[in-house]
Design a protein around this ligand. Structure first.
Ligand code: FAD
Length: 762
């Protein structure tokens, strides 16, 4: 028998990291739902906080201060983070459809995906204007304008829509760029800020006037062209940028979701925030509409909805009655002027002053501290039992205490059958043996006791096996990384991927949950095998405390000669194809100390296949290659120099490094394997002088799905580097060279840094 943890019996999927879901995750971290797997699906890893966005545009707040790090928040709350855009819902199957990956199953789903300004049917608006949302696109545009202004260009910006958002954006842009910018605020209605009282309008009219913003009311935009905007009166405004901040429109994919919607396409919910049409769907924030209590689309209501949403999702999971919520009818609005003042708006009341800005600043900073200062949590502490119905969950807990080992510790055949049916549908070219592959005598489409294939004559079979524990919580991405990591050994030998066998380990859980995990894990593996032209020929499943994958990979050598570790020659140039730093970054992430965007970059790098780089290296005449994995750069260089009996000099300044990796390493946030890898430094000449170099710890950093280290004649190195950088390995760099070994076998590697030498000379 194996000891039982609380097995997962229910899956909650939160779609969109809006204000409501960010707060739900914060509450979940404090009061988890035992036996429930919570997954956030978000198209961004850092969600902008609308209250501070204009302040960020004005240059008052930094990017970090205005964004909620969802990846970090999820890790802290014990939730999975899936970085993907939802594309639709399959409600009969209870699945969320995602772009470029298998759909995600759920028991209950909650939607908080916001809104975008309505571009209406204005010709040219969709192509030429920048909507205020999605915010990342707005910020990208704004940074480009700031850079152009820094080059001395005078810029003209037209802002369409004079609600609170448009007015604040106009004032913020002027506050940041002043006379370098001409801002026109165009509004179709007779007055700006139509939903606010006349006093608020007066204050902000005056602020716009003082800032030099031209306000044009009663002027619908009739067309947008590259570089200009047409107004209804026939006039034309020249514009280097058109920013669209009109009233909110619903995300278009909701129209085909099958959910009940209001007249404007927003999800119709009752006062418990549950869909009017589907009892297992909740929605909150801008994308939802409480039909009995319609309120403006505003961050304030998205924030207020978080508590009732958390309560009702918890009650739904427990099978208890839901609690209705009545949003307040009036709310406090604090509208910044970009110049250290703000206007207060509540019902008929208004006021203005620097004190109001300080008040707003205090409220906004306190809100963001809830996400940046996450209290340490003891996840091993027992969570008090909630009142639970005696349903499947309790039965599953009883079953968990009776689990057997040996062959019984594998996933049930019926689950596996369903997973394979799904995989055959999504990845037929990888899981089903194509009719023209007569060399494959037994594969997964007609499983036998073992896979059988006939290698082509004269092509040696190359085999390797690798095991990875899940270092990311997204099982599909983990499956992709594991396949790339496993096959990397094959391509580092100069062979072509042929096939793989896989063992998938998943925690004991409800059947539907296990099916989802396996489908996502194996879907990820199959995706990358397919891209490499390899087949999945068989495998095994087993229950384990945590998800993990083992891949036995097979490749075929030839026609090019195999690369062996002894292939280094003196006088060669060394090229590394991917940046270093995954070990320290994931060590930091485990301690909630890595920024989400650093982990995004690390994952993006791990998802780069080494196969195209290896092919380029072959055509350019590389004589040796290895992939950088667990032993770190130094360990793998050491293996090659020893086997080849040549020495290598590495240039610390030239090492490509992932964003945030040097910062994490400097804080001592290192992988548990680092210390062992670093022992090799004792026999590296020059190491003692360079310990303070920011790249020094990265030499011993273990890599997951790391890059290739390639050795090539110096005459060919520039062409190979150019081909790599402009193609499959944009971060590739020349990191050193080889030279004849002297008689001292302990100094086969030496380090140098021009920067350190220059600093010392000064
Ligand atoms: C310039 C501007 C300033 C504003 N200032 C204020 C203010 O000061 N105070 C205020 O109360 N309101 C303000 N608002 C309004 C406010 O932005 C919105 O009402 C608020 O953001 C709505 O919150 P939400 O949680 O519903 O959604 P959002 O905050 O918009 O969050 C939705 C999230 O879902 C993600 N997402 C979207 N589609 C998908 C998908 N398909 N799959 C996965 N993820 C997805 C988005 O990336 C985003 O992170 C402002 C709006 C603008 C445009």
């Amino acid at each position: 028998m194996v000891p039982a943890a609380t097995p997962v019996s229910q899956e909650v999927v939160l779609v969109g990291g809006g204000h409501s879901h960010a707060l739900v995750l914060r509450m979940l971290g404090m009061r988890p739902w035992p036996g429930t797997q919570v997954t956030l699906v978000s198209d961004v890893s850092h969600a902008p906080y609308s209250g501070m966005l204009p302040g960020h545009l004005a240059g008052i707040y930094s990017w970090e201060e205005t964004h909620i790090d969802l990846r970090r928040l999820c890790a802290w709350a014990g939730a999975r983070f899936i970085h993907a855009a939802a594309a639709g819902l399959d409600l009969p199957r209870k699945q969320l459809q995602l772009h470029d990956r298998p759909p995600l199953g759920f028991d209950v789903v909650s939607i908080n995906i916001g809104s975008t300004p309505s571009l209406g049917s204005v010709p040219g608006a969709a192509a030429c204007a920048t909507p205020a949302k999605p915010v990342p696109l707005l910020l990208e545009k704004w940074e480009a304008l700031v850079a152009a202004a820094a080059d001395g260009r005078h810029l003209r910006v037209v802002i369409v829509g004079a609600g609170a958002g448009g007015v604040e954006v106009a004032l913020s842009l002027k506050a940041r760029l002043g006379a370098a910018l001409t801002v026109s605020l165009v509004h179709q209605g007779a007055t700006i800020l139509p939903t606010h009282n006349p006093g608020v309008r007066r204050h902000l009219q005056s602020a716009l006037h003082q800032a030099g913003v031209t306000v044009l009311t009663g002027q619908p935009v009739t067309a947008v062209h590259p570089g200009a905007v047409d107004l209804q009166d026939g006039s034309r405004l020249e514009a280097d940028a058109v920013i669209w901040t009109t009233h909110a429109a619903a995300p278009p994919w909701l129209r085909t979701s099958g959910l009940a919607l209001d007249d404007h396409g927003f999800i119709a919910v009752d006062p418990t925030l549950r869909s009017l049409s589907h009892s297992f769907v909740f929605a909150a924030g801008d994308c939802a509409s409480v039909l009995t209590a319609a309120r403006p689309k505003s961050g304030v209501f998205a924030v207020r909805a978080a508590r009732p949403l958390f309560t009702n999702l918890g009650r739904w999971l427990d099978g208890r009655p839901l609690k209705p919520w009545r949003p307040q009818s009036q709310f406090l609005g604090l509208i910044g002027t970009g110049s250290g003042r703000a206007v207060v708006s509540r019902g008929r009341w208004t006021a203005e002053g620097a004190w109001a800005w300080q008040w707003k600043d205090r409220i906004d900073r306190a809100f963001m501290r809830r996400f940046s200062e996450l209290p340490p949590m003891d996840r091993t502490a027992r969570v008090p039992d909630r009142p639970r119905s005696q349903t499947a969950a309790t039965a599953l807990e009883r079953k968990a205490t009776m689990r057997c080992l040996g062959c019984a510790g594998k996933v049930g055949g019926s689950i596996l059958h369903r997973v394979l049916v799904r995989l055959r549908a999504t990845h037929p070219a990888v899981v089903c043996v194509p009719p023209d592959r007569s060399d494959i005598m037994a594969g997964l489409d007609a499983p036998d006791d073992a896979a059988v294939f006939l290698p082509p004559p004269g092509r040696p079979v190359v085999q390797t096996i690798d095991h990875l524990s899940a270092l990311v919580t997204d099982p599909f991405i983990f499956g992709r990384i594991a396949a790339l990591h496993g096959m990397s050994d094959i391509v580092a030998m100069g062979a072509e991927p042929h096939s793989a066998l896989v063992t998938a380990l998943v925690p004991f859980a409800a059947e539907s949950v296990t099916e989802e995990w396996l489908t996502q894990l194996l879907g990820g593996v199959a995706t990358e095998l397919g891209r490499m032209g390899a087949l999945l020929l068989g495998g095994h499943t087993a229950e384990a405390p945590a998800a993990a994958l083992t891949l036995a990979c097979t490749g075929l050598a030839g026609p090019s000669p195999l690369w062996r570790k002894n292939g280094l020659l003196p006088g060669q140039t060394l090229i590394l194809t991917k940046p270093l730093g995954t070990g320290t970054l994931f060590a930091a992430a485990m301690r909630h100390a890595a920024q989400g965007r650093w982990i995004d970059a690390a994952i993006a790098s791990m998802l780069v296949s080494n196969q195209p780089a290896a092919r380029l290296a072959h055509t350019h005449g590389a004589t040796a290659a290895t992939d950088i994995t667990g032993f770190g750069l130094l360990g793998h260089v050491g293996e090659m120099t020893r086997a080849s009996n040549v020495a290598a000099r590495l240039d610390l300044d030239s090492l490509p490094i992932l964003p945030g990796a040097a910062a994490c390493a400097a804080l001592g946030l290192l992988s548990s394997l680092h210390e062992d890898n670093a022992r090799l430094l004792d026999s590296v000449s020059g190491a003692a002088d360079l310990t303070h170099h920011p790249h020094f710890p990265l030499l011993s950093d273990p890599q997951t799905s790391g890059g290739l280290l390639l050795a090539i004649d110096p005459s060919q190195a520039p062409a190979l580097l150019e081909a790599l950088r402009s193609g499959p390995a944009p971060a590739a760099a020349i990191i050193g060279s080889t030279y004849p070994a002297n008689s001292d076998p302990t100094s086969l590697i030496s380090l140098r840094s021009r920067k350190c030498q220059e600093t010392r000379r000064m």
